[in-house]
Design a protein around this ligand. Structure first.
Ligand code: PBG
Length: 323
């Protein structure tokens, strides 16, 4: 059967018909809100390149999380900006650091929310790289222990999910073993498995003051030209015990999200990163796009590509629009 018997427009005629046969759902419980935690109390520092987002002290993070829970979000992911940085990023596993303190407070105040902790050293190192440096290069194997230290500190504090974003080889296995050895067999690992060396992390690095002081991240983050390598990364992380895998950034990598989902059929997340957020906000502020429609279209596209969960700075707005 073909035209004129077949008319695809028939099912598009009314909202009810479109709703019945819509292929992709978007709901607040699919969304994770990223938050930046700083020392102090009552402190809110706006992030110029991320309108509406700010670095927040623990008490204000708690207030955000109560709101996030009320909106029905699936979770929050915490990034710490410590008062003091050093060569090894030792603030990353300080039990009294901002992230463990925030985790403890949020678990108490917003128990329905899943609390994720990003595991990486770049916010904590004075040189801004995601691992320790040896002769100017990030030393993979020496970094693994430090990442496991951080993951353990967050699991000790009660994090539901630890999410390593450093791109060292072998970190998922190292973290799984450490967690299991310390009574954290139920702590979930969502690995940033296919994390590309992307220009779209710019606003985040401003927010976290985590841009590398020398060089770049090409020696550990993936080349945006590669997709087969993403399959290899994901298969390694799943074999090492990742419960779910992430593709990042999202919009420039929709093909990778689809490829990963189709190949492994594993729980898959995608991160709509700071530069994607900034780009949409800037265009909307200029009146060049309809903010709400554009944001929901990107989130739907990311879901359609195969992401189960989406980390997005639009999580709260999207939840309000979807209610
Ligand atoms: C830490 C980390 C980064 C992001 C998430 N975790 C920055 C980076 O790799 O440089 C980026 C998130 C965003 O841009 O929103 N390694």
């Amino acid at each position: 059967m073909t035209f004129p018997m077949t008319r695809l427009r028939r099912l598009r005629r009314t909202s009810a018909l479109r709703g019945l046969f819509r292929e992709t759902d978007l709901s607040p419980d699919r969304l994770v809100l990223p938050l930046f935690v700083i020392p102090g109390a009552g402190v809110r520092q706006e992030i110029p390149s991320m309108p509406g987002h700010a670095r927040l002290s623990v008490d204000l993070v708690v207030a955000e999380c109560e709101e996030a829970m009320a909106l029905g979000l699936g979770g929050v992911i915490l990034f710490g900006i410590p008062g003091h940085k050093d060569a090894k990023g030792s603030g990353a596993w300080d039990a009294q650091g901002v992230v463990p303190r925030a985790i403890r407070a949020v678990k108490k105040a917003a128990p329905d929310l899943s609390v994720w902790a990003d595991v990486c050293l770049c916010e904590y190192t004075d040189h801004g790289h995601c691992g320790v440096l040896r002769d100017g290069e990030v030393d993979n194997d020496e970094t693994l222990t430090l990442l496991a230290n951080a993951a353990q500190a967050y699991a000790d504090a009660g994090a539901d999910v630890v999410a390593p974003s450093d791109m060292m080889d072998g970190r998922v296995g190292e973290i799984r073993e450490r967690l299991d050895d310390h009574g954290h067999g139920n702590t979930v690992i969502v690995s940033y498995a296919a994390k590309y060396c992307s220009a779209f992390y710019g606003p985040f690095r401003e927010a976290a003051d985590s841009a590398p002081k020398s060089g770049d991240r090409r020696g550990y983050q993936m080349d945006p030209a590669n997709a087969n390598e993403a399959i290899h990364e994901v298969s390694e992380d799943l074999a090492e015990g990742a419960d779910a895998v992430m593709v990042k950034p999202a919009l420039p990598c929709l093909d990778v999200i689809r490829l990963v989902k189709s190949t492994f059929n594993a729980p898959t997340a995608a991160y709509q990163v700071s530069g994607e957020f900034a780009m949409l906000e800037a265009a909307a502020a200029n009146g060049w796009i309809d903010r709400r429609r554009a944001v929901l279209e990107t989130l739907t596209g990311i879901r359609r590509a195969g992401a189960d969960a989406i980390l997005t700075y639009f999580a709260k707005d999207a939840a309000r629009w979807l209610q």
